[in-house]
Design a protein around this ligand. Structure first.
Ligand SMILES: [Zn+2]
Length: 306
């Protein structure tokens, strides 16, 4: 199996303010750990294209997109919500982040690789159809899923989201789409406030209490995610890979470690190999403790590689 890594230097250009945790150093930390682990030697690097307007409009309202570009025309710095800042290069970075997932889907669906990881920022899973929030402007993973459904005529795409925060944007975008199964696990109650428990249908939300760790995550995945995935039989799996549930990451009160991300990734790989021809596109979401982030990405990718 070969692993494609899709990124772009423009993703480093999105500057935040000095106290903001979502920094360009996150991508450097991942790169450093890929080098240190030896994984870098077996990666196939690809530069992310800019997402197109057509690709964005599959999941975002035209009015919302127009507003983003209009706001940036008139000001140097725009706060879209209390956490989400837009600077002159932000939309370029966000365009590469979403474009990376489209490129990853193309690489996987055309059979060049079975596995792709998008090392991108800003993250995406909080972005709703018409709203930026929680550091997210474009919903990268949703753009990729919509691209796969439309361009490759897929009928069943699974999105697996293990970020510590509930992916409200992804849920909202695909709330009415039976073609997308969303399996999430996240701290609850917690930001963004939504994420009610759901154990049936095409949205499976497994909340975890503050302080929960690997044991609670594994129980929830085995009881709720795996049966849903087995019944759904996805043709492609996308992952919203957030690592802010690591116990060293103070953005949440979850207590996960690298072994938990590895175990989770093994479960996803088993489903992908059984039902989806091994096709997996993993997309970086959160993860703010730099060392833990880099180590967790390595554990995640090694487990996906098998
Ligand atoms: Zn998060």
């Amino acid at each position: 199996m070969t692993l494609a890594l899709i990124s772009h230097p423009d993703c480093m250009l999105h500057q935040t303010v000095s106290y903001h945790p979502e920094t360009a150093e996150r991508l450097s930390a991942i790169h450093d750990q890929l080098l240190a682990s030896g994984l870098e030697m077996i990666l196939h690097h690809y530069q992310a294209p800019l997402v197109t307007r057509e690709q964005l409009e599959r999941v975002h309202d035209a009015f919302y997109l127009d507003e983003l570009y209009r706001k940036l025309d008139s000001q140097e710095q725009v706060w879209l919500d209390a956490d989400t800042i837009m600077m002159p290069d932000t939309l370029t970075a966000a365009g590469r982040a979403a474009g990376a997932v489209v490129e990853a889907v193309d690489l996987i669906m055309e059979g060049h690789h079975q596995l792709a990881f998008c090392a991108v920022r800003p993250p995406g899973h909080h972005a709703e159809r018409d709203k930026a929030m929680g550091f997210c402007l474009f919903n990268n993973v949703a753009v990729g899923a919509a691209h796969a459904l439309e361009v490759y005529d897929l009928n069943r795409v699974a999105i697996i989201d293990f970020d510590a925060h509930f992916g409200n944007g992804t849920e909202q975008i695909f709330a009415e789409s039976q073609q997308v199964l969303i399996c999430s696990s996240f701290q609850h109650p917690f930001y963004p406030g939504s994420g009610e428990p759901k154990y049936q249908g095409h949205i499976i939300n497994v909340p975890l209490a503050a302080g929960a760790g690997g044991a609670e995550l594994r129980t929830g995945v085995e009881k709720h995610w795996l049966p849903a995935l087995e019944a759904f039989k996805p043709e492609l799996i996308l992952i919203s890979a957030g690592f802010d549930g690591h116990r060293e990451d103070d953005m949440s009160e979850l207590c996960l470690v690298e072994d938990d991300y590895a175990w989770l990734s093994e479960q996803i790989k088993t489903v992908a190999d059984r039902d989806a021809g091994g096709r997996i596109v993993s997309v970086l979401e959160g993860g703010y403790a730099l060392s833990a982030l880099g180590r967790s990405v390595v554990a995640h990718l090694k487990a996906l590689l098998g």
